[in-house]
Design a protein around this ligand. Sequence first.
Ligand code: HXC
Length: 261
Amino acid sequence: MSYELIEVSTQEAVGIIRLDRPKAYNALCNALVAELGQALDVFEADEAIGAIVLTGGEKVFAAGADIGEMLDREHADLFLDDFPYVKSHGWERLNNCRKPTIAAVSGFALGGGCEMAMACDIILASDTAKFGQPEVKIGTMPGAGGTQRLVRAIGKAKAMELCLTGRMMDAEEAEQAGLVCRVVPVDALMEEALTMAATIASHSRPVVMQIREAVEQAFETGLQAGLLFERRAFQATFNLADRKEGMSAFAEKRKPVFRHR
Ligand code: HXC
């Protein structure tokens, strides 16, 4: 598979996707998002991959959807394509990814860029990261989760302020607000993201996938339904050889050897 607007690599059990359109500040044109979808397809299908890191450049994660590409489009165009879906299935693919995804964000994550980071399971930020939904400043609004995931992550007051003013929030504020799991020095960002991803990938794949689905349920359902989902998923891990291996290894004071079954 060859890519022009992203760079794809692996490090042991971790898949790495780097948005690579620096001249346009990694603006998320259809072609780039299509490549993202293809790369996610490959990693999802690859049994050797246990976690995925999505990153950008040092100065910019992504500055949003490509404004030039959207400029002359009309409502009917967007509606018929169900933009940002259909033409490139990268957004849907990321939203539906079953393997854990970590966004390693340095520099600007704005508009669709912030939404893409939020579509990942975890955001790890460098101390230079800046998050925002500035669409209001160009006469439009978030369209890929900005008004929904941001509220769930940081609450109504702050999300409302960011979406209505277009103000950017720095990494420290994003951590305090709960948008990012941690802030690390910019030079350490990839190393930290890869270490986190490798740790996740060292665990039993089906267990990891059950856990992330259960956490996702917290956003989708009420508490009782969520607790039931979690209990059933927990019980189902007792079908796995990896569950037996993990507990036996603990009892025998050794490292578990997971076979992802
Ligand atoms: C297309 C973009 C772009 C974008 C930056 N560029 N953002 N091109 N779409 N979203 C291009 C610029 O045109 C410029 O190209 C180059 O990248 C550098 O940008 P500058 O503005 O010169 O850099 P700087 O002064 O450092 O400012 C950085 C910035 C600013 C603050 C990130 O570029 C900016 O405000 N960008 C737009 C952010 C935004 O509004 N995003 C939301 C988009 S709408 P040239 O060729 O001139 O050098 C959206 C909706 C999502 O995301 C809906 C669902 C997917």
